[in-house]
Design a protein around this ligand. Structure first.
Ligand code: SF4
Length: 335
């Protein structure tokens, strides 16, 4: 396959540290341009995939990523983990092995890779990920039909190949594997499907099985969350290693002065016009994942609403009614 010229993802290589339920304060590392992925998951919080590919390439220059990591370390900022994730599938980056090795040389922080696991059939990808401390792959289906419905993979990916890759990686990996299962109501929640997923998880043998559901605005409106009680029931079907990690909290508990400043900038932008996630990220020069986390909190607090237009999800200020106390003022927007 022809190599593409490197091009940085919008918003730079690093973002955060952002609060993460699983990783604490996680410094995010993004290795691919926005929505470059081998899947187009119906639940993706970043919207629909714009570049669905299996092409591995040095999408961003490896040396520049490592320079940014070194600069982060020199800044003295604190983090609990370095999380390689971002706005697409990180194993599509052909230099991910060098990047993990380089991070380990430059910092003492543990490295986690959040991946859809779709390229682990490739021995080279397995070798490259072997130096991570934690690998968090996803498995959202127990068979090919549901795989196509939930993950909408690149046509070159077969379900059985993906599962074989996951099992082969797990057999040789010395770090921890936390298998994430994203449940979408009515699509992969059928008991027979869940039992199939449980059997595959047994074969892979992860340290943890982490159950999630659609708590952030998804790519497709029909992707609905599973209620908290049902998720707990599904966890029981998946055995003792399974835990629910879905963030159903009504309020964010992690607001810091910096995050509040970020929120204010988003609200000011949305007061001018509704925006997509990538529009907010571009407009404020922040990473899309950071925009998603801030929006998530604003949605929970009822300050922002989401609307679909031309197949895109737009975020805007939520209009609220002010009490009519003699002034007869019309509706106003927050804040
Ligand atoms: S959820 Fe992850 S794997 Fe699925 S489309 Fe989004 S970035 Fe790709």
């Amino acid at each position: 396959m022809a190599a593409r010229p490197p091009r940085p993802p919008e918003g730079g290589f690093l973002y955060g540290p952002v609060p993460s339920r699983r990783l604490g304060r996680s410094l995010g590392v993004d290795l691919v341009p926005f929505k470059t992925c081998s899947y187009d998951c119906v639940y993706c919080q970043l919207g629909r995939t714009t570049c669905r590919t299996l092409e591995r390439s040095e999408y961003v220059p490896t040396t520049q990523v490592l320079d940014a990591i070194a600069a982060f370390r020199r800044s003295g900022a604190a983090a609990d983990f370095i999380g390689i994730a971002g706005s697409g599938e990180p194993t599509l980056h052909a230099g991910i092995g060098d990047i993990i090795a380089g991070i380990r040389q430059r910092t003492r922080l543990p490295v986690a890779v959040l991946t859809n696991g779709s390229l682990l059939w490739d021995a080279e990808v397995r070798r490259e990920l072997s130096r991570a401390h934690v690998v968090i792959p996803s498995l959202d289906a127990g068979g090919p039909r549901t795989f196509r419905r939930v993950n909408r993979p690149h046509p070159g990916l077969a379900f059985e190949t993906v599962v074989e890759g996951l099992a082969a990686f797990a057999a040789g990996f010395r770090g921890e594997i936390w298998l994430e299962v994203m449940f979408v109501a009515g699509i992969n929640t059928d008991l027979r499907e869940v039992r199939r997923i449980a059997r595959l998880a047994d074969r892979i043998g992860p340290r943890r099985i982490q159950l999630n559901t659609v708590v952030r605005p998804p790519a497709e409106r029909f992707a609905r969350p599973v209620p908290r009680e049902d998720l707990a029931r599904l966890a029981r079907c998946l055995g003792g290693r399974a835990e629910c990690i879905a963030d159903f909290r009504p309020d964010a508990e992690t607001a810091t002065p910096r995050s509040r400043a970020g929120e204010r900038a988003i609200l000011e932008l949305l007061a001018r016009r509704p925006c997509t996630v990538s529009g907010i990220a571009d407009g404020l020069a922040i990473h899309p994942q950071e925009a998603v986390k801030r929006l998530d909190d604003l949605l929970r607090r009822g300050l922002v609403a989401v609307n679909e237009r031309d197949g895109e999800r737009y975020f805007g200020l939520k209009r609220i009614r002010t009490p009519r106390v003699r002034s007869g003022l019309p509706e106003r927007s927050l804040p």
